[in-house]
Design a protein around this ligand. Structure first.
Ligand code: TRH
Length: 357
């Protein structure tokens, strides 16, 4: 099956990140993919060299007509409400391709009823396609490689715990990071925190009154900060699997962090009217609904920490060191649940097969 995926980078890395992971997964499952992106620099920052080949091509968003006509797509994916270029839309209409509107990720209940509905406004054969956290949505993007990575990292996990706790920090501007650093400072074990360049590093520099640059490091009391430029998605996944606590942001990194089966906190992408807080709570409610009740220890504390990390509650009063082992077990329960969901690329292929005839 031939796929054309269109991605417009509005902000940050998430749009390109999800489009790239989807392209890669479709390719692994035998599809031929062209990924049209209006910021190829962002895409190539997080891609690996092996990504681009005869079955996966990166192309500019507004490609020339001759390129578009080289291969008629069976399916066009418009990622995250991006508006297709006029020439592309004209050709799609002429060719009668199937069009999927891949939407943003949310655990809210309404997603199930919108997933797969026809969206014929612009194209005769258009459908909404929703990722999500239940079996009645398109599911999530994860691949066998990530499962293996997470499993081998779990096996390699040292017992007793390593002397130094490893963390990753990928955030937007977030004052709650200061509170978390104070808590880590009060822990028995020291922490080494990999802080990614851009907004996460700017945030930490503002909190600490420092001017760390990527590849700098510094130790303050029990906390060591290692500033790190952006790495490829593969290297980021490996770091998430090796770390004891991942502070993530945006849609793609929360899914990866949950798949890793390690404790994580999510700074959700801020939206107006607190729409993001409703989405955050919907995810936690989903865990409450879906995890076996006897395996939910720590979920109430996690809920409070997540709200606090997003500036909507006070940090819960408990001993962090005592809570960590409970959190680790909970993260494994969540990982089990996530891996029971549909693989989004597989469900997309199935959906296309059913709707192409
Ligand atoms: O960059 P983000 O904040 O993207 C956001 C969100 O997706 C948000 O929902 C969206 O609406 C907004 O953009 C416009 O966070 P996210 O989604 O986690 O994407 C980051 C991507 O970058 C992800 O694919 C992981 C990848 N990454 C690397 O490849 N290397 C790195 O070093 C790091 C830190 C991340």
């Amino acid at each position: 099956m031939n796929f054309d995926i269109y991605c417009s980078v509005i902000d940050n890395y998430g749009d390109a990140g999800v489009s790239l992971r989807l392209s890669r997964e479709l390719k692994r499952l035998g599809a031929k993919v062209r990924l049209f992106c209006d910021d190829l620099n962002v895409l190539r920052t997080i891609a690996v060299v092996d990504d681009e080949d005869a079955t996966l091509r990166f192309l500019p968003f507004c490609a020339e007509e001759s390129i578009l006509q080289q291969q008629r797509p069976d399916v066009v994916v418009a990622a995250f409400a991006c508006h297709l270029p006029a020439l592309t839309a004209k050709l799609i209409n002429a060719q009668g391709c199937l069009v999927l509107y891949l939407d943003y990720l949310s655990a809210e209940n309404w997603v199930e009823s919108f997933h797969g509905l026809p969206a014929p406004a612009e194209f005769a054969r258009g459908y909404y396609f929703y990722p999500g956290f239940t079996k009645r949505t398109g599911g999530l993007l994860f691949e066998p490689r990530l499962r293996q990575l997470a499993q081998s990292a779990a096996q390699a996990q040292q017992q007793p715990l390593p002397a130094v706790r490893q963390l990753t920090l990928f955030s937007y501007a977030n004052p709650a990071v200061a509170e978390l650093l104070t808590i880590l400072e009060g822990s028995v074990r020291p922490s080494a925190i990999t802080v990614f360049g851009g907004k996460p590093l700017d945030n930490v520099n503002a909190i600490l009154g420092m001017t760390l640059q990527p590849s700098d490091s510094c130790t303050l009391g029990k906390l060591t900060f290692k500033a790190q430029g952006m790495v490829s998605q593969d290297d980021y996944d490996a770091l998430l699997c090796q770390s004891e606590l991942n502070l993530v942001r945006g849609e793609d990194s929360i899914v990866r962090a949950l798949c890793c089966g390690r404790p994580c906190l999510w700074q959700i992408y801020p939206q107006t009217q607190d729409a993001h807080i409703a989405k955050l709570q919907a995810l936690l409610d989903c865990f409450k609904r879906e995890l076996p009740s006897e395996k939910q220890a720590g979920l109430a504390e996690l809920n409070a920490m997540m709200l606090s990390y997003n500036g909507r509650a006070k940090w819960p009063q408990f001993n962090f060191d005592d809570f960590e082992p409970i959190w680790r077990k909970l993260a494994l329960q969540v990982q089990n649940y996530i891996f029971s969901l549909p693989n989004l690329a597989e469900s997309m292929l199935n959906f296309c097969r059913m709707n192409m005839a």
